[in-house]
Design a protein around this ligand. Structure first.
Ligand code: NAP
Length: 336
């Protein structure tokens, strides 16, 4: 093989992602110099935060125009002049949307790691990757639920939300999910084990939360933001903790259509509540601990996962769009 393909960012996206924001290019296969190794990517992770990385500077610098689209992935080492990596090693890192990635053992978000035995690539990118760790540390460290608490989880049928639901149940909480549509809500209750799930598309989310949690919610795990967060804020119990994990409903907003803001935030004052954001990278030193806890739950049969696997490198942009169209069921991946 003398060439390989990459997806580059062609123009800074404005509003929902378009095919014209990206360029699929064929380039010569990189030479492997001393201290480097070449990875053939087999699996890509799709994450809402990629929309932020493409749009401008966030907690990481924006992907430059003409740069490889940033993404997490897993692949096999096919050539190596690096003492720490051998041909055949299966490795994980933020390699970007490229069929082959040249690496010196580091990526923008941390070191390249070798996959541990007994973990599939799908699990490594999902429940035992950033997704599951976000659920674990966001809920336990920021949300700090106690047995008997009522926990409200938006995006509950998604990759992160579905893990939050199950961890909260395992910790002895009453769990109310919020998701889009009857099918997803059915899964959240029947498979993930939530006590109830609110279909936000059926309207009046605030009233529906009140029906399920008449005494208010102690922990809100927020993945969606906007109107859904506002409905949660209207239903806080005393000293509630609101975990601001994400706000996907606004990631495609432009300056013109940005929502005016929250109406019910003063309920944090009335109920002496706390709202706190976090970025999972801050917990990087404790990932091993999080994986061990999640593995314990899985071994005990308390953690089920759903994976939504697309195919074909040429489908990367369309697969990323699925997250913003609510088309994914559980963790969105793409297999080459
Ligand atoms: N803070 C951190 O470090 C961190 C790390 C990872 C992820 N996150 C955040 O966690 C959240 C979930 O990420 P994920 O990777 O697990 O994705 P995901 O939940 O698997 O997929 C996104 C889901 O969001 C929902 N959604 C999309 N647009 C929406 C809208 N306008 N209104 C309501 N719901 C909408 C859709 O579900 P429905 O069909 O139910 O609408 C969609 O399936 C995101 O906000 C992400 O940014 C944060």
């Amino acid at each position: 093989m003398t060439t390989t393909r990459r997806w580059l960012l062609k123009s800074r996206p404005y509003g929902p992602l378009k095919d014209s924001d990206f360029d699929l290019v064929t380039v010569p296969m990189p030479d492997v110099g001393e201290g480097h190794f070449l990875v053939r990517l087999t699996h890509f992770s799709f994450d809402p935060t990629q929309r932020g990385w493409l749009g401008g500077d966030t907690y990481l610098p924006a992907v430059p125009i003409g740069g490889v689209v940033r993404a997490g992935g897993i692949g096999e080492v096919v050539a190596s002049k690096h003492p720490g990596f051998e041909v055949g090693d299966v490795v994980q890192g933020t390699f970007g949307w490229q069929e082959h990635a040249l690496s010196d053992g580091t990526t923008e978000t941390g070191p390249v790691t070798k996959l541990r035995g007994g973990i599939t690539p799908e699990q490594a990118l999902g429940v035992f990757g950033v997704t599951g760790l976000t659920a674990w540390f966001g809920l336990t460290e920021i949300g700090q639920p106690k047995a008997g608490d009522t926990v409200l989880v938006s995006g509950a049928a998604g990759a992160t939300g579905s893990v939050v639901v199950q961890v909260a149940k395992a910790l002895g909480c009453k769990v109310i999910g919020i998701a889009g549509g009857a099918e997803k809500c059915g899964w959240v209750v029947e498979q993930a084990g939530a006590d109830a799930c609110i279909d936000y598309r059926a309207g009046n989310v605030a009233r529906q939360i009140r029906e399920h949690a008449p005494k208010g919610v102690n922990v809100v795990f927020e993945n969606v933001g906007g109107e859904i967060l506002d409905a949660a804020l209207a239903n806080l119990a005393l000293r509630a903790r609101v975990v601001l994990c994400g706000g996907i409903s606004s990631y495609n907003d432009t300056a013109e259509d940005r929502s005016p803001g929250l109406r019910n935030y003063m309920n944090l004052t009335v109920m002496r509540g706390r709202m706190e954001g976090f970025i999972i990278l801050d917990f990087a030193k404790r990932y091993g601990e999080g994986v061990a806890e999640l593995a314990k739950l899985m071994a005990a049969g308390k953690l089920k996962t759903a994976e939504d696997v697309a195919h074909g490198f040429e489908n990367c942009p369309a697969t990323l769009r699925r997250l913003f169209e609510g088309k994914n069921f559980g963790k969105q991946l793409l297999k080459v």
